[in-house]
Structures are given as structure tokens and as C-alpha cells.
Design a protein around this ligand. Sequence first.
Ligand SMILES: Cc1ncc(COP(=O)(O)O)c(C=O)c1O
Length: 481
Amino acid sequence: MSDTSETPAGAAHSKPPAILSLIGDTPLVEVTQFDTGPCHLFLKLENQNPGGSIKDRIALSMIEAAEEEGKLQPGGTVVEATAGNTGLGLALVAGAKGYHVLLVIPDKMSQEKISHVKALGAEVRITRSDVTRGHPEYYQDMAARLAEEIAGAFYVNQFGNPANPLAHERTTGPEIWEQMRHDVDAVVVGVGSGGTLTGLGRFFNRVKPRRGIEMILADPTGSVLYEYVKTGKLVESGSWAVEGIGEDFIPEIADMSLVTDAFEIDDAESFATARELLHKEGIFGGSSTGTLLAGALRYCRQQTKPKRVVTLVPDTGNKYLSKMYNDFWMAEQGFIHRHPHGDLSDLISHRYEAGEVITVGPDDSLLTAFKRMRDSDVSQLPVVDKNGRAIGIIDESDLLVKVHRAPSHFNDPVETAMTDRLETLPPDTKIKDLLDVFDRGRVAIVMEDDKFLGLITRTDLLSYLRLHMPKSATPPEREFV
Ligand SMILES: Cc1ncc(COP(=O)(O)O)c(C=O)c1O
């Protein structure tokens, strides 16, 4: 295929797409549906950036700085170690400017994020999540090495790049200052790389010197930063599920001396607060939005005088639909508590009575059954008749047996392929008997007399056991910004 654009192949575009001009200048709205004590609390909607996060700003700033300093030439490659919003921002900005983008991503990151950066044209190298600094396969060491090996490559390194805080000092800070009509008492931030803290802190110290504007840190429980602010000590890190903020070290560009006070927020409170923000104010933020808002609300409610407080919605909730905004995920992780029955029904993740089970009818076609399995990412479905009775189960191998010779059998009804020898168990069954069912290669159907309660699969049992694992036995997980 011939290149019909005016730009020579491999060269940076002389005029990038206009979408880049939409980075920044994000709106600021007041929180009106929460108890903010005597304060007025405002949210800077960074989720409105074209890439969906605050990181679009630093992507633009770091790429432009590299161009100005001659570190990035037309046809060059932008290399970064990231799985998060910085990768999306770079894929958008550097991609739009015609550079090749290579992202080194730890293997624990979600497929959705990887698909997103690939769709933007980035090349992805997957590396290990279970190794630390100094290991050749640690994501940051690997990115640095690749950047040395590839001719014309530029290693962005958001953790040590001065153009990261500069983006906030030059854009985010001045925008907040103007939108608040030069009347701000406190700003609540999170720290991932530290760019936001350092940039905003420097700007606000300049416009209102001598700590005239308080810089409050909201940090996930498990991160080392809260303790560092409070005691000056670096403690061992734990793990947390909020994404994008919290650290197990102090990043090079994070000027922690700018922080005037700190709050520690656990995952449960962060998730609940972000969900409440969507319900009450219609603002769709990510998990760290919950941490920042929870911290800001605590700060506001502690005040005795009215203050004008700003915090951020650092990214969009879109990326968290299968996690924080998914009730099943929340229950599986133990963030939503269902009333426990103390029996097998506690292991049912999708309850039939609550309309949570995907089922198929005996007269539905095998094609319908297959599509439902694909769409809901399960490998078997209960077959439920018109009276709501579970009369069978159909799985992928039942489908294969029917259709492998003649795919036209996809039109046959489910009842011709389903298994009707059901492994039904009453709710008071012991876990040991459940294991026997799994050993026979079956899933368990829980019935209370005639009433179908739901299915239990191996995955349900594993999730249940993980949730009941003692906290002390849970290894810390690393955060990848
Ligand atoms: C998702 C997310 N990423 C990044 C950041 C900011 O981190 P940084 O310290 O890298 O500027 C935040 C800040 O709240 C965040 O919520």
C-alpha cells in the first residue's frame, strides 16, 4: 500500500493532529452532594483529557522537551516502562507526532490496558511483574536497556524526568489558580511518580509563598508515603488495589518536603467513595479518584473555618468497569459484603434468585448457548426451564461433540446436547464433597429443595479460599504507574 500522506514514511509529522491541542484546560466543578464541613470542595476533571487521564499532560511535555533538547529526532522511538495512563498518553501523543512507541509492560496488567495501547499503535513487550529493581527483567531496567540498544530511541523515564513536574507547574497549577479566581487554601493530591505533587507544590508556593496553600497527600494504605510524611521513616510496603498512586519507594522527582499533611485511605474506602461520586454527582472517575476525594472530604470535615479546597479526578472510570464498578468483582475481592449464610451458598458468586446467572433454555439453539458462553466468558451454562427449574447443564465439550462433524447442528436445541445427570448439592454440603464433584470434572449446582440457588465452579472456590487467606500470608504487590 502506498503512503498517500504528505509526510515521508518514518519521519515525524510536521503538523500533528489537532486532538493534541485538547490536552489540558480541563473543567473544574464544585462538589455539591457530599458533606464538606465548612469548606467548598472543587474537582479538576483530568478524566476529560483526550487519553482519559492527567498523564496526557506529562506525555506532551516530556515529548516536546525531548524534541527541543534534540534527544528525539524524526523517525525516533519513544521507550517507556509503564502499563498505566502514562503509556496511553505517550501512545497518543508520540503516536500522533509520528514516532514509534515501545512500551515495556509487566505481565500482571489487564488485557484491556494492553489492547488500548496497542490499538493506539504502540509496540508492547511484556515482562515479569515478580522481580524488583536491579533484575534485568524488571520493567524499568528492561526499558532503559532497550532504549540503549535501539538506535534513535529515547527513554522517557517519568520517575526522573523534570518535564513531568514541569507540565503541572506550567499548566495544571495555573489553570486551577485561574479557575479558583486566585482563592485557594488547600490542594489534595496523590503520588505515583510525584510529578503532580512537585509541579503543583512549586507553582502554589510561588503564587502564595510560605506555605500559603496547604498540599495534602492522600495515600493508599500499604504505600510507604503516608508514614514517610508523618514520621520521616521509610517502612516496608504492603499491597493495595487502587491504581496509579502509592509507592514502595520515594520517586526521584517527588519533593515530599512540599507536603503539609497526609491522610491514609484504604482500598474499601477509595472504591466506595469513587462509586458514591458517580451516583451522587455523575462524575466517572478511576479508583484513585476515590482515594483523593476521601482524603479531601476528611480534610474538609476537620476544618473549623471555611476553606476552598481542590482535588483531582486523575482518570476516567472506563478502565475500571470490570473491577471497581463491577459488583461481582467487588464481592469476590471482599469489598462488598453479602450477608453470610455460613454454608455453601456463600460460595455462589452469581445468585439465580437475584437474576445474576446467565442461563439458557432447553429450546434455545446451540448457537445461542455458544454466544452466551462467549459473551459472558464462561465455559458452561445451566439449562433452566420455563418454571425456573435447573434441568441440565451444557458446556463447551457438549457443544463440540454435537457440532464438530456438521456445524449445521448449531441450530439444534440445547436439550439434545445438555447433560441432565446433575450434580446437585444442598447448601449444607461440606467443601470436601464439593471437591469430589470437581474431581469428576463437573460443576456443582446448589439446590435448596426444588429451588435453584446457583452454580459453583473451581474458580468460585479458589476466590473464596483466597478471600479467607490470613492477611499476614498475603504477599505485597507492586504498583505499576
Ligand atoms: C491514576 C493516577 N495516575 C497518576 C497520578 C499522579 O501521579 P504522579 O505522581 O505520577 O503525577 C494520579 C494522582 O492522583 C492518579 O490518580
